[in-house]
Write a protein that binds this ligand. Structure first.
Ligand code: NAG
Length: 296
């Protein structure tokens, strides 16, 4: 008798803890995070934002040169979803020629820089983040945070944008600029951002951090681990399929998961460009219409 009572008592008291630790949510990722990430490709992302979210407020778009020598742009935007009670920071990924160039560059001896919270990260990513953060994103972040107490903070990006999203979320968490259990980091086709120490910092700071990987996406495997000890952070969500509605995924709660995409060497670039059946770049032309069927 006593034993049964004890067991049911414990199950009851565990409920708030189980619901406090949010699990990966395919619906939220497919219809909110992914469209919001792709929206950064649109020259006027506010069109996408209003097509994805029910009650939204667009804040601003930012564009700065990532690297003076390469002539590419690091671009992102901020917005607020009042229906989801979330502040949104989204970063644009690389275009196809940039991806090809970056894969080539990643195999060379790219410079690294120390990260404020610990570890080393690719200088190219860190410079891009710092420049865009200083170009108004930081000020807007504070404005949105102060005007919307209790809201979550959603940070997302694809490709190069995924690397910047990782640095943004980790910087904000490290500097305690936002309540940590209200930060959601969800990235797509994220390259390795830094070394093992950086990965450990991310893992210790962010309880809700998911790297979504589409099947054989090559970009998720650069720079290679052997180069300078580049290392992913947790947790990988791997879709070994076409990411259709109802397709399954595998979650790997380790930094580098041989049970996830790391177990494969037959990689390709097309899987990097399409997530959840949408070509990233198409968000620039269709204004994300229909990307979130829950928006009506
Ligand atoms: C997943 O996210 C969607 C959209 O926000 C929400 O409606 C749904 O309840 C979530 N599912 C779970 C199991 O939390």
């Amino acid at each position: 008798m006593k034993k049964i009572y004890f067991a049911s008592f414990c199950l009851f008291c565990l409920i708030p803890y189980i619901s406090a630790v949010s699990a990966y949510n395919d619906t939220l990722t497919r219809y909110w995070f992914w469209p919001l990430s792709a929206a950064a490709n649109n020259p006027t992302p506010e069109k996408c934002v209003s097509n994805i979210l029910q009650n939204s407020q667009f804040q601003r778009r930012y564009s700065v040169p990532c690297d003076m020598n390469k002539g590419d742009d690091c671009t992102g935007f901020t917005a607020i979803s009042h229906s989801d009670k979330a502040i949104i920071i989204s970063f644009r990924g690389s275009t196809l020629p940039e991806v090809v160039q970056e894969v080539a560059d990643a195999l060379e001896d790219a410079p690294i820089s120390p990260f404020v919270g610990g570890g080393n990260v690719l200088k190219y990513f860190l410079d891009g983040f710092n420049d865009i953060w200083k170009a108004g994103m930081k000020d807007d972040f504070y404005t949105m945070k102060n005007a919307n107490p209790g809201y979550e903070l959603w940070i997302t990006g694809h490709s190069l944008g995924a690397a910047m999203a990782s640095l943004t979320a980790t910087t904000i968490a490290h500097l305690k600029l936002f309540q940590i259990d209200k930060i959601k980091l969800v990235t797509f086709g994220q390259p390795r951002v830094g070394d093992k120490n950086y990965a450990a910092v991310v893992d210790s700071l962010l309880p809700y951090s998911y790297r979504v990987i589409h099947n054989r996406d090559m970009f998720a495997h650069v720079p290679p681990q052997w180069l300078k000890g580049y290392h992913h952070h947790q947790s990988e969500i791997w879709y070994p399929n076409d990411m259709k509605v109802g397709d399954s995924w595998i979650e790997c709660d380790v930094d580098e998961g041989p049970g996830c995409s790391d177990g494969h060497t037959d990689l390709n670039i097309p899987d990097h460009l399409i997530y959840f059946q949408h070509l990233t770049e198409s968000a620039a032309f269709d204004d994300c219409k229909g990307w979130n069927p829950y928006k009506h």
